[in-house]
Design a protein around this ligand. Structure first.
Ligand code: SF4
Length: 331
């Protein structure tokens, strides 16, 4: 599979009054053509900031640097704001967490859905309207003619998210970034939206990056997973490797805190004790060290190197060192 997106050594920080927040620290990853990749981690782990950095959608007080951000053969670090804006919507679509705040409350669905078609594809009003109707049908919105005239507040949460998806795919982007697309929805609608994204992925061969803290969402959508912690990639691998052969203590913690459908209904969930690191002053060594029950003296002093376990599986943990204690996941 050829790479559509290749990011090398991305660093993002925010200058705020009391110091610098080091949100993303030297991460590298790739996304193949037509591949679906999940980025999972707690709030503040850097997953959303990573993709907003790639898109160039961060505010002025953010500093972004990277050795390379190559998208479809083009070096994005060399593009100006105008060129980046032209890519948004036409080549990369975004679906945000809360459609109520992402959709403009002052414009009806037709205006918001036809705008990218007119700007990026040069369609006239009639052509854009016809395509908008087609898109609403594609995202399974009933009675699309009537929906075009409605405003966001007149739609249910699920409908609004479907409209967001229709806008994201309007110009046939090569990649769609979905940032917590189902968090604001109840479970039934959540399942319908995931079904819809899965269907789109297979029918349009669009690459999808799914950002979420929900491993269940990742499991149903993604073939490869990046586990982020403290602005770094703690572990990456195929869905099978992450769910069945995880090697990083943080990934173990995430998996152990998922409720099991089978087993004792009174069984208590195992939380990951402690809180995420303060990225104003991230730990000197492994960012997970203050919460890790297997922490060794070296972990507090040195950032763990990335250990490659297979073509697809890599882990950043000192436990991978041949002389480290042999520890396996406790389930
Ligand atoms: Fe735990 Fe050390 Fe591995 Fe970090 S490097 S996850 S502290 S064992």
């Amino acid at each position: 599979m050829e790479n559509l997106l290749q990011v090398k050594n991305l660093n993002t920080s925010f200058r705020i009054g009391v110091g610098t927040v080091q949100a993303v620290r030297g991460i590298s990853f790739h996304v193949g053509q037509g591949e679906s990749v999940g980025i999972v981690g707690e709030s503040g782990s850097g997953k959303s900031v990573t993709m907003l950095s790639v898109m160039g959608l961060l505010p002025n007080y953010a500093d972004i640097s990277a050795d390379s951000i190559l998208f479809d053969g083009r070096e994005m670090t060399k593009l100006g704001p105008k060129e980046l804006r032209a890519m948004h919507g036409s080549e990369i679509g975004m679906i945000f967490q809360d459609p109520m705040t992402s959709l403009n409350p002052l414009f009806n669905v037709e205006s918001q859905l036809t705008e990218p078609l007119r700007i990026h594809q040069g369609m006239n009003k009639t052509q854009a309207r016809a395509r908008a109707l087609e898109l609403l049908r594609q995202v399974e919105i009933p009675n699309p003619e009537a929906r075009l005239k409605q405003y966001p507040h007149e739609l249910s949460g699920g409908m609004r998210q479907r409209v967001m998806i229709a806008i994201a795919i309007a110009c046939g982007p090569k990649m769609v970034i979905a940032d917590e697309p189902t968090t604001a929805l109840d479970v039934t609608i959540q399942a319908q939206i995931l079904d819809l994204l899965n269907h789109l992925k297979h029918s349009t061969k669009t690459s999808i990056i799914m950002i979420t803290h929900d491993l269940g969402v990742i499991a149903s959508m993604c073939s490869r997973i990046l586990v982020m912690y403290g602005g770094t990639i703690a572990e990456e691998g195929t869905a099978r490797e992450i769910f069945y052969e995880p090697r990083h203590p943080y990934t173990w913690g995430l998996l152990n805190s998922i409720p099991k459908l089978t087993g004792d209904p009174n069984e208590k969930l195992i939380p990951i004790n402690g809180t995420p690191p303060d990225m104003l002053m991230p730990p000197k060594g492994c960012p997970f060290a203050p919460r890790c029950r297997y922490c060794m003296p070296v972990c507090r002093e040195y950032m763990p190197p990335r250990t490659v376990l297979s073509d697809t599986h890599a882990v950043a943990c000192h436990l991978m060192h041949p002389k480290a204690p042999k520890i396996t996941r406790e389930v």
